[in-house]
Design a protein around this ligand. Structure first.
Ligand SMILES: O=P(O)(O)OC[C@H]1O[C@H](O)[C@H](O)[C@@H](O)[C@@H]1O
Length: 281
């Protein structure tokens, strides 16, 4: 029904929450991984990149949208790459409309499969708020166990680009970064980052918001609670190693990830943490 803010729908054969604000702004979140796969601002067009050859279903990590990374970023620790929750089913726990926005909340609780890798009790909650020209994504984590734990995390957002080679990312001036490809540290001198191919950097201490700009459009990316920003694109060579992305598509996406990597968060039993990424056009 058109005035229902959130409906359970089907996306590529997967159960998904479809959020629709009164002004027509929309977002779609798979229960699998609490993975956002689409965001269309009011009166606008799709702002996220989603690979047309993405894989879905049991155990798959979806190429594009917003993967939720927790409790370990990449291979920086003993756990599976990018953690334990992006390939698991979450539960839809709440859907409401407030102040012109549609809101969906999904939850994941530790289980026997996560405890095989990580013995901690935890609850992760993803809240998605869509309305007008804005999308808010909040990740909250609670330590529900008996012992303290540390974690790293990210909202691994794939922004859509018309042409990456003519796009620029602004707002990282002065930030220190770790370059994963060059295995070197650096510092961003100019305010404008442009792209010629692969990039994989973790920036620290970003001024906010960042702006991804290209001819005729721009997307702002603000962060709260996430201290790092990962900027990733596989480039021409790297994309050929990805079985779930067409070769030419590296020019149509840029990951600008709200991340917590350099300084992991530590939660004592009963404590919680939350971080938010806000996208706006
Ligand atoms: O292919 P995935 O496991 O989804 O990882 C995709 C990318 O994620 C992050 O951006 C990392 O910084 C990259 O090193 C990694 O290649």
């Amino acid at each position: 029904m058109s005035d229902t803010p959130v409906t359970l729908s089907d996306f590529q054969g997967q159960p998904a929450l479809h959020l629709r604000a009164p002004d027509g702004a929309q977002a779609t979140v798979l229960l699998h991984g609490a993975h956002l796969v689409s965001w269309i601002p009011a009166g606008g067009e799709e702002q996220l990149y989603l690979s047309p050859t993405a894989k879905y279903g049991l155990g798959a990590s979806v190429r594009g949208g917003v993967p939720v990374i927790f409790p370990q970023f990449n291979e920086r620790g003993p756990l599976p790459r990018h953690g334990l929750v992006r390939t698991r089913a979450w539960q839809a726990v709440e859907s409401v409309r407030r102040a012109g926005a549609a809101i969906g909340v999904l939850r994941f609780t530790d289980d026997i499969a996560t405890r095989v890798h990580w013995k901690q009790g935890f609850e992760a909650e993803l809240t998605v708020v869509v309305g007008g020209n804005t999308l808010e994504i909040e990740l909250a984590v609670t330590n529900t166990g008996e012992t303290a734990f540390e974690f790293t995390a990210a909202l691994h957002t794939y922004l859509r680009c018309n042409e990456l080679l003519r796009a620029q990312l602004e707002g990282l001036q002065g930030c220190a970064y770790e370059d994963f490809l060059l295995k070197a540290d650096g510092q961003q001198w100019g305010d404008v980052l442009t792209f010629v191919g692969a990039i994989d950097r973790i920036y620290h201490g970003a001024a906010q918001p960042l702006v991804l700009r290209e001819l005729g459009r721009r997307v702002r990316v603000a962060m709260d609670g996430f201290e790092d920003v990962v900027v990733w694109n596989p480039g021409d060579d790297g994309v050929q190693q990805l079985s779930d992305m067409p070769d030419e598509d590296w020019r149509h996406m840029l990951c600008v990830e709200a991340a917590l990597i350099r300084q992991p968060a530590r939660l004592a039993p009963g404590e919680d943490w939350a971080g938010m990424q806000t996208l706006s056009v």
